[in-house]
Write a protein that binds this ligand. Structure first.
Ligand code: PLP
Length: 397
């Protein structure tokens, strides 16, 4: 499991989280359940401030990755802002004490109802089409707004999460910048932010860099003279597979900061720099623990059946994502090859095929690692199984 020890540590042939034996947590709580490491989440969040040395950097956590209250509260204490994509996300963040001015609302295909609800909460709207901009301007002339642009580059670990380029449905086109400025001018809107988001889990930071250059080029002072910030979105990558390369965010952070400094110089004002990562902050700090109820040979393979399925953790099925899996009960046994399945009535409900795991027996607990992002937040009650329990741990808890 080399490279996946950020949350779970193997010591004395046992897996531990914050010094607690994972195996005994399995005995204590009803499986399947999620376990989150709040200290690691805070560490990940703070690391971005080290990598990106811009004095007014602000990280808005993309709460779509995981809206768990303990996680949100820990990030609020650490001074994070929030990237919200629905009125319910905005309301949850507000109810947990995030101030309206620390939240940005970026909805795709926003309805009038969404718009009015969020506006009533005094939260800034990030608008991503000329149609919605005009509609917003008619309803709220003279107010502040942010504009989401499609950076016209393509990157992301799966085509479902690539949000830039010609095939994407998101954002104002770069060539619509002048029209957007005209609408803003007509209604006396204050365009205080320009935003972009390339995609999720981006390995090639050069593509993001190009996207940033594209967006900065259209964000001129002549068009948008009231800018307060530029938001470069999320997309910071974590390793899901041992063969994936590590991204050097220190170099990337410096490179972006230099580019942004040159842009601000030309713009004539030191703007704030925003990012809105989700996955990078929470993915590695979550684990799904499930129990094995079946081990059987069938047609030349060995099937392991568990008490979780894609309704509890959908990334392997939906994105074809690789997640590391550990045998919590039996970490030192000889390795055997397994197909690890869920318990849902669909043949595609498979977490891993031909996976080497220490010998698995009925009753063993397995852990799906790197399950902190887009796992619980995408869970459903399909097959009418309840949503899994969520536990948080931290040195202080
Ligand atoms: N910002 C926007 C607009 C997004 O759509 C997303 C993800 O879908 C994010 C930020 C967060 O992306 P990630 O979790 O990859 O950092």
């Amino acid at each position: 499991m080399a490279g996946f020890e950020k949350m779970i540590v193997k010591s004395k042939n046992e897996y531990r989280v914050q010094n607690q034996l994972l195996r005994s947590l399995g005995d204590t709580f009803e499986t399947p359940f999620y376990l989150y490491d709040l200290d690691l989440i805070e560490e990940q969040y703070k690391s971005l401030y080290q990598y990106i040395p811009w004095p007014t950097l602000k990280i808005h956590y993309a709460m779509k990755a995981n809206y768990n209250k303990d996680i949100l509260l820990r990030l609020r204490e650490a001074n994070a802002g929030i990237d919200a994509v629905s009125p319910a996300e905005v309301l949850l963040a507000l109810s947990l004490g995030f101030k309206p001015e620390t939240i940005i609302f970026t909805a795709n295909h926003m309805t009038d109802v969404d718009m009015h609800l969020v506006k009533a909460q005094k939260v800034l709207l990030n608008v991503d089409s000329l149609f919605r901009l005009e509609r917003y301007a008619e309803c709220y002339p003279g107010s502040e707004v942010s504009l989401r642009f499609n950076p016209d580059v393509v990157a992301g670990e799966n085509e479902k999460v690539q949000t830039g380029g010609k095939a994407a449905k998101f954002g104002l086109l770069l060539e619509e910048a002048s029209q957007a400025a005209t609408i803003a001018h007509k209604y006396n809107l204050q365009v205080v932010g320009v935003h972009m988001h390339v995609g999720s889990g981006i390995a090639d930071t050069e593509v993001v860099y190009q996207g940033i250059k594209n967006v900065l080029k259209i964000a001129t002072r002549e068009r948008f003279s009231k800018l307060r910030f530029i938001d470069f979105g999320g997309g910071f990558k974590v390793k899901y597979h041992p063969d994936e390369p590590e991204v050097n965010y220190e170099d990337f952070g410096k490179k972006i900061t230099d580019l942004f400094a040159a842009y601000c110089h030309e713009y004539g004002k030191e703007l704030e720099l925003y990012f809105e990562p989700g996955k990078y902050i929470v993915a590695e700090a979550g684990c799904l623990i499930m129990q094995v109820n079946t081990v059987r040979e069938a047609n030349g393979r060995v099937i392991v059946g568990t008490d979780a399925g894609f309704p509890q953790c959908i990334r392997p099925v939906f994105y074809g994502a690789h997640h590391p899996i550990i045998n919590i009960s039996n970490p030192t046994a000889a390795l055997c090859e397994y197909d690890v399945y869920g318990n849902t009535c669909e043949s595609g409900d498979c977490f891993a095929k031909q996976r080497l795991l220490p010998e698995v027996k009925v009753g063993d607990y397995l852990g799906i690692l790197n399950a902190g992002a887009y796992c619980f937040s995408m869970a459903s009650v399909y097959n009418l199984r309840p949503l899994p329990l969520r536990l948080s741990c931290s040195k202080e808890l």
